[in-house]
Design a protein around this ligand. Structure first.
Ligand SMILES: NC(=O)c1ccc[n+]([C@@H]2O[C@H](COP(=O)([O-])OP(=O)(O)OC[C@H]3O[C@@H](n4cnc5c(N)ncnc54)[C@H](OP(=O)(O)O)[C@@H]3O)[C@@H](O)[C@H]2O)c1
Length: 262
């Protein structure tokens, strides 16, 4: 079955209020039939939708199954089906390996991993009603190589990638394509707080353009910028001993061994 052109699609995007999601909202505005945008910041969603009647703000916290089910019920009532779900909502917190905080791990997993599952679970019955639906989940290039301080974020995104790849296999027979989006560093509020060098940092509008191009081609693996993600993937293929040396060289604990025991 041929995929619908973007112009005929009903799309639901989570994490639409800032960063990559905001850039995706702006890039998709006027390009799809209807765009349902979710995040917790309702005021920001209203601003993004102002004057565009095909953009519908649907505030929801992705950690709440109930709130996402409510959005899905609204889409069903208004459109009867959904053609594309983009799970983009996410958060990042870095770990102090000397004092890992289980509550922080839970927060990151709840938003990044369970938030993705909650959205897919709410959207799936509607996606099955489309002639050729798609689920696209934003993971991260961090899954290619274990990075220092990324015990929570990296693990949550590895779970997202694995889960989406499993869904890709199982949903193929339902005519639903699944895409994993793995960005490198993108300038957004999430990375604005980083205090380390971010090689090949790109702007959010460039990320949005690359994502939409990949979605139109229905690519299962969308990763960018290629000069960064391909290099990272090559490093990820090295023997374990070499990967360990690279990760260890990047670790602050390695530069300041006292900190781990303090
Ligand atoms: N920037 C990068 O370099 C980079 C690299 C790789 C992957 N990513 C991934 O790209 C995605 C977007 O990140 P970004 O860089 O654009 O960061 P961002 O500007 O901080 O955007 C995060 C978005 O997720 C929403 N969100 C967070 N927690 C939520 C929750 N509990 N419920 C609903 N919405 C929630 C935020 O909206 P509210 O606060 O209004 O809820 C916001 O719209 C994330 O999944 C991130 O992990 C980013």
């Amino acid at each position: 079955m041929k995929a619908l052109p973007l112009e005929q699609q009903v799309i639901w995007l989570t994490g639409a209020s800032t960063g990559i999601g905001e850039a995706l909202t702006q890039a998709l505005a006027g390009r799809c039939k209807r765009l349902y945008i979710s995040a917790r910041n309702e005021q920001k969603l209203q601003q993004l939708a102002a004057g565009q009647k095909h953009i519908i703000p649907c505030p929801a916290d992705v950690t709440s199954e109930q709130e996402l089910q409510t959005v899905a019920a609204r889409i069903e009532q208004e459109c009867g089906q959904l053609d594309m779900l983009i799970t983009n909502a996410g958060t990042c917190e870095y770990v102090d390996a000397g004092a890992p905080d289980p509550a922080m791990f839970r927060r990151v997993m709840d938003t990044n991993f369970m938030g993705t599952i909650n959205a897919i679970s709410a959207a799936l019955p509607l996606l099955k009603k489309s002639s050729r639906a798609m689920i696209a989940g934003v993971s991260s290039s961090v899954t290619a190589l274990a990075m220092p301080r990324a015990q929570a974020y990296g693990a949550s995104k590895a779970a997202v990638t694995h889960c989406l790849q499993s869904f890709a296999a199982d949903l193929h027979t339902h005519g639903i394509d699944v895409s994993v989006i793995s960005p490198g560093f993108v300038r957004t509020p999430l990375t604005d707080v980083n205090d380390f060098p971010m090689p090949f940092l790109i702007e959010a509008d460039e990320a949005a353009r690359t994502i939409i191009d990949g979605l139109e081609r229905r690519q299962r693996d969308i990763h960018f910028p290629k000069r960064f993600t391909l290099a990272l993937r090559l490093l990820g293929l090295l023997p374990e001993a070499l990967r360990f040396r690279i990760s260890r060289a990047m670790s602050r604990q390695n530069n300041n061994p006292r900190k781990l025991s303090s």
